[in-house]
Design a protein around this ligand. Structure first.
Ligand code: ADP
Length: 485
């Protein structure tokens, strides 16, 4: 029988999503199963999942979880996705809410209680069922207590005798910080709440808990695994990551090519392949119409699909945009995020009518149409653990211009006109001028039809499928099991 792997995530497609983590938690189990693993997924039973119309059923399993002095009953619900069993931890007071982690006004005040209950509740359930897994694969701060529980409260539980734990960091800026006075809620022994444990400058830090107590740590690109060991990118956790560097690895996220593939994408105006790009022209016309751009089809369109946040480079983009608008290209921006950027980009669209199209929305169909219809995808991120859009755009023949950081640096290879190799453009310095210089270079190459066809084709031939990443994870699971022994 294959390795038994439990993926634990606070969100997963198709049940509940706020970001890239849900895509990973939705795709990785399938890829692991395809390689022979016996996989299960666990997540909280949110309102979104209940209302999503999925087949999720009650079981007769119920455990009691201590949250501080309170004893809370936690029933197990079960569902499946692509034949993979999904454990849903149910507790309506905590999870039957409008959002997953908080409202636009801030995080839910009881997130420590909520994710303590999820983490501890899941282990209680597995223990009761005597469901042993070789690997418990945690993701981000919401699951960071699990490795600590495995080393304390559940240490002598035979169910977890041979279980190794892994944590994957999807974005180190989000750590799950809570007042140290609330430590008792976790039920962990006091000696874990030290600087060597999960205490962090007078707070408790759930991501740190995962990093300190797991057998092995991964993050979502090779480059990011190095960056987070530096002061610039580590958000205060660089010291502890340096200590654990022998067991820290980068594994790039994969792309779901069932969803993101111009050969079969039903959301775009016409299908196309790398050998017949005629459909891409139709998609470009469709995009011009969609945004009301009055631009010759011969001019390049630069696209941005992103959360409107500083992390994604919106500060340098705001400063450089007037310069970009002078380059004779059109531009489309799709995103939601910080209010000040909503206002700024709506204002800019008014300043450049017919040239700059802005949609402040979360719109998956439009994201597909942009990937297909644009010529250049811009990702000027300040930091980018992995990034998905640049990988999507490669497959759609939309050439990425990116800042050389994290997963962007690992996936984009600079195009070299002489050798004809490479799939995009990248700049290093985080500044408006470094960005506009690279955009200008891309626009210049765009006018050279032969070279442009080459760089597009190179990108379209790249393979970032999940299979490769899942193979890497399996190798690391084996390593974690050895470390654990
Ligand atoms: P992050 O998870 O940091 O936001 P990623 O690049 O890893 O960034 O993943 C972002 C995902 O969300 C991609 O699938 C992208 O297409 C999608 N996305 C982001 N903003 C929007 C939007 N406004 N409308 C539709 N899809 C979006």
């Amino acid at each position: 029988m294959g390795m038994r792997v439990m993926i634990v995530s606070s969100e997963a497609v198709p049940f509940a999503k706020t970001g890239g983590l849900a895509d990973v938690a939705g795709s990785l189990p399938k890829a692991l199963k395809g390689l022979g693993c016996d996989v299960a997924l666990a997540m909280p039973l949110y309102r979104q999942a209940v209302e999503g119309g999925f087949d999720i059923e009650a079981t007769d399993v119920e455990v009691t979880v201590n949250i501080g002095l309170h004893k809370i009953r936690v029933p197990l619900f079960m569902g499946t996705v692509d034949g993979i069993p999904v454990y849903f931890v149910k507790q309506d007071e905590y999870f039957d809410r409008g959002c997953l982690y908080g409202t636009p006004d801030g995080d839910y005040f009881d997130n420590l209680e909520r994710f303590t209950l999820f983490s501890r509740g899941l282990l209680e359930i597995l223990s009761k069922l005597k469901a042993s897994y070789d690997i418990i694969h945690c993701n981000d701060w919401q699951t960071g207590l699990i490795p600590a529980y495995l080393r304390s409260i559940f240490k002598s539980d035979r169910t977890f005798n041979k279980t190794a734990s892994i944590i994957t960091i999807h974005n180190i800026a989000y750590q799950g910080l809570f007042p140290v006075a609330n430590f008792d809620i976790t039920g962990l022994p006091k000696d874990m709440c030290t600087a060597e444990g999960l205490e962090y400058w007078g707070k408790i830090n759930l991501l740190k808990s995962g990093i300190v107590f797991s057998d092995l740590i991964t993050t979502v690109s090779e480059r990011y695994s190095k960056e987070i060991r530096t002061e610039e990118y580590g958000y205060g956790l660089e010291g502890i990551l340096k200590k654990r560097r022998a067991n820290l690895y980068g594994v790039l996220n994969g792309v779901d090519y069932e969803q993101w593939n111009p050969e079969k994408d039903k959301l775009i105006a016409a299908r196309y392949t790398k050998d017949d790009l005629s459909g891409k022209r139709i998609c470009k016309k469709d995009l011009l119409a969609e945004f009301g751009l009055k631009l010759s089809i011969k001019k390049p369109i630069i696209a941005v699909i992103s959360r409107l946040a500083d992390q994604k480079g919106f500060d340098i983009l705001s400063k450089g945009i007037n310069q970009i608008m002078k380059m004779g290209a059109g531009m489309v921006v799709l995103g939601t995020g910080e209010r000040r950027y909503h206002q700024l980009f709506n204002k800019l669209a008014g300043k450049y009518p017919g040239k700059l199209g802005v949609k402040i929305a979360y719109d998956n169909t439009l994201a597909h149409k942009i990937e297909a219809g644009a010529d250049i995808l811009l990702m000027p991120s300040k930091y980018e653990p992995c990034g998905l859009n640049q990988m999507y755009s490669l497959r759609y023949g939309t050439v990425p211009v990116v800042r050389a950081t994290g997963g962007l640096d690992d996936t984009i290879k600079v195009y070299d006109k002489r050798s004809g190799e490479g799939n995009g453009f990248k700049f290093s310095e985080y500044s408006p001028s470094a960005m506009t210089k690279k955009i200008k270079e891309a626009i210049t190459l765009y006018r050279d039809e032969e070279s442009w066809a080459r760089v597009m084709k190179n990108g379209m031939s790249e393979d970032f499928s999940w299979k490769r990443s899942a193979e890497r994870y399996i190798a690391l699971y084996k390593k974690a099991l050895k470390i654990h022994l």
